[in-house]
Design a protein around this ligand. Structure first.
Ligand code: 7TS
Length: 404
């Protein structure tokens, strides 16, 4: 059992006031808050070992390089990648997905197919549309049912030898639905397609095992898992990363440069051109240590309680509809109240110190499916409490009365 008050004391922002009220932070899907150890580690890097990496013989450069590479190995173990060179530092999920979609431009032929799901964040739709425009490949979409679950029988019928890559999120940011990605990966592999999993919303809640999933790529952001903004990881199977061309050219990603020909560095450096977010990469390792200390089993237990409590309490409100009612859900609730615009509720409860996200959550196709402009999304983290949820429910009731 987690001692929630002790956990909350790790996060200085949770004692802040917003609009004169104690902050209730339910926008964890957008970004998580940061524990003091992460904040301190960022300062410590700049105070003690700041230097550029992989290039100097001097001591500080060695120290910074070692810390960066130790963090890569931490991340490797965290996701159970076979090799540390399969773990690329990126600026976030968006960067990771674009790295892969750009690489596939050299692989796809006109008429090949790219399969995305209806549940995707725009950052896992638009790069693939751009790729299809460039190559003449065709974008196909896996549909969802009224509960916001992917229809697996339809997925099976969309798969064929024309499918070159399937790209799907592990957990939907807009609805919180957990997708059956392991099963989907096996089915894609059966027709010879590669699979990218967008793990942006999964990594705050679970420890992905990329070898068990057998995914070809797994992209995520550091800032949603207690790490710094501008950090992320792209895992890629060694054989795929060797096959794809580099994404960006520049320093650090080369073996030898002449005006006639440049040869590229080995993995992972081939995909890491330029000076990276060194502090961020190191501190992402600190964030992973912190989460593992809290324990993903504990995190899941606490978040399950919060999800059940919030679902029950919110459904007490007349005219409230929750979107995404599948069996497998993370601690995210997307809802609307009949006849009231989500933005209006969000604005009123913000005045009461409660942070939720309103709008389409960068997932417009889902909103189009439900024929709504957007939702109110409350996304919970292990540091949230039932009491905070009760306050939100009262605030939503108040807003409803004001707006009806
Ligand atoms: N994929 C999913 C499933 C996401 O939820 C997000 C961000 C991204 C990709 C992009 O991540 P980034 O770190 O590269 O920006 N999702 C959200 C959200 O739900 N609210 O704000 C950002």
């Amino acid at each position: 059992m987690l001692d929630i008050q002790k956990i909350r004391a790790d996060f200085p922002i949770l004692s802040e006031k917003v609009n004169g009220k104690p902050l209730i932070y339910f926008d964890n899907g957008a970004t998580s808050q940061k524990p003091q150890v992460v904040i301190d580690a960022e300062a410590k890097y700049y105070q003690e070992i700041n230097a550029n990496i992989h290039r100097g013989v001097h001591t500080l450069s060695q120290l910074a390089t070692d810390a960066y590479e130790i963090s890569r190995v931490k991340l490797q173990h965290h996701i159970n990648a076979k090799f540390s060179h399969e773990v690329l530092f990126t600026s976030g999920t968006t960067h990771g997905i674009n790295l892969v979609s750009n690489g596939f431009a050299s692989i796809l032929k006109p008429g090949d197919e790219v399969l995305v799901s209806s549940l995707e964040h725009h950052s896992n739709i638009v790069p693939w549309q751009m790729l299809c425009e460039k190559t003449g490949a065709i974008l196909k979409v896996i549909p969802i049912n009224e509960d916001g679950e992917l229809i697996i029988s339809e997925y099976e019928s969309l798969l064929s030898e024309k499918t070159k890559i399937v790209t799907v999120n592990h957990i939907s940011n807009a609805l919180g639905v957990i997708n059956p990605v392991k099963e989907m990966i096996a089915k894609a592999h059966a027709v010879g397609a590669a699979v990218l999993i967008d793990g942006a919303q999964a990594v705050p809640h679970l420890k992905p095992d990329v070898q068990d999933l057998d995914c070809d790529f797994y992209a995520f952001s550091g800032h949603k898992m207690c790490g710094p903004t501008g950090t992320g990881i792209l895992y890629g199977k060694e054989e795929w990363l060797n096959k794809l061309p580099p994404y960006q050219g520049g320093g650090e990603m080369i073996k030898e440069v002449t005006f006639e020909k440049t040869t590229y560095a080995d993995l992972p450096h081939k995909f890491e051109a330029g000076t990276p977010n060194i502090a961020g990469g190191i501190v992402l390792g600190t964030a992973v240590d912190y989460l593992n200390e809290v324990g993903f089993g504990n995190i899941q237990l606490q978040e399950k309680k919060l999800l059940e409590h919030a679902t029950k309490r919110l459904l007490e409100i007349d005219g409230l509809r929750i979107y995404g009612n599948g069996k497998n859900k993370a601690s995210v609730i997307s809802f609307n109240i009949d006849g009231i615009h989500p933005y209006d509720i969000g604005s009123i409860i913000d005045k009461l110190g409660i942070a939720v996200r309103t709008g389409h959550h960068c997932a417009q196709p889902i909103m189009n499916f439900f024929c709504i402009p957007g939702t109110i999304r409350a996304s919970f983290s292990f540091y949230n409490t039932k009491e905070e949820i009760d306050e939100m429910v009262e605030a939503v009731k108040k807003a409803k009365t004001m707006l009806s």
